[in-house]
Design a protein around this ligand. Structure first.
Ligand SMILES: C[S@@+](CC[C@H](N)C(=O)[O-])C[C@H]1O[C@@H](n2cnc3c(N)ncnc32)[C@H](O)[C@@H]1O
Length: 230
């Protein structure tokens, strides 16, 4: 098990921090329903349009290489949304048995056509699968949406279905400045802290898989307000 950034090649987001602060309470409430607003509403409510653009392809290749996945192996993407990573894993390794699980009816109803029949509705803290039933279980930016008790349960569930073969990515910050940025930007996360907070959570859950964090850093490319790039 280890700290490994499988999402290293994921493109950096452009963020308009000022716009996100407008109507934030209502946007947070809307986002937390994980319905249309969160995926395909405005950028202030969530993704501002969650569309397939191939950005997961290099990450899918990395996952296959890291976990030495082969045709016939079973992989679960937890919090799969519209199934884009599920599609790219199958395309990158024909014969790989990839499935997705998500809490969002909307995302599953609007999934990529290539993955229809492979996605199920469920929650990461109560996975409807047998012990040791997957060669890899991925949960990218999902478990921090649960409160601390459910989050711990979720980590244990991932370990149960794929012992030592999990990859969990979570929101985190390393210092006060990053914490302030995070709190301004975040819409749905309920459990968060610095990397050591997460290491302790993983240890408390007897987790033996891999993990890493998503950290929101100040970026000169960000739009800070008024629609102007600064
Ligand atoms: C930040 S998105 C990440 C989606 C995808 N993994 C990605 O990285 O693009 C969080 C996803 O977790 C899903 N989700 C939220 N709570 C969940 C839960 N309790 N169990 C399973 N999925 C959940 C949401 O519907 C959403 O699709």
């Amino acid at each position: 098990m280890g700290e490994i950034n499988i999402l290293e090649l994921y493109p950096k987001a452009r963020r308009d921090l000022a716009a996100r602060k407008v109507g934030q309470a209502a946007n947070r409430a809307a986002a937390k329903r994980f319905d249309r607003e969160y995926f395909d509403g405005t950028r202030e409510q969530g993704y501002g349009g969650y569309r397939y653009d191939g950005r997961w392809i290099p990450i899918a290749r990395r996952i296959i290489e890291h976990y030495r996945l082969r045709a016939g192996d079973r992989v679960l993407d937890i919090g799969c949304a519209k199934g884009f990573l599920v599609k790219d894993l199958i395309d990158a390794c024909p014969g790989l048995e990839v499935f997705g699980l998500d809490i969002s009816d909307y995302a599953l109803r609007n999934c990529h056509p290539d993955v229809r029949g492979r996605l199920v509705r469920g929650s990461v803290d109560a996975l409807p699968f047998a012990d040791r039933s997957f060669a890899a279980a991925l949960a990218i930016n999902v478990i921090h949406n649960l409160d601390r008790a459910r989050c711990l349960k979720a980590i244990r569930e991932i370990e149960r279905i794929a012992p030592g073969r999990g990859y969990i990515q979570v929101d985190a910050y390393r210092d006060e400045a990053e914490r302030d940025l995070f709190l301004d930007w975040v819409l749905t996360a309920e459990t968060y802290g610095p990397p050591q907070f997460w290491r302790d959570m993983f240890a408390a859950a007897d987790y033996t898989g891999d993990y890493y964090w998503t950290i929101i850093e100040a970026d000169p490319e960000w739009v800070i307000g008024g629609g102007q790039k600064q």
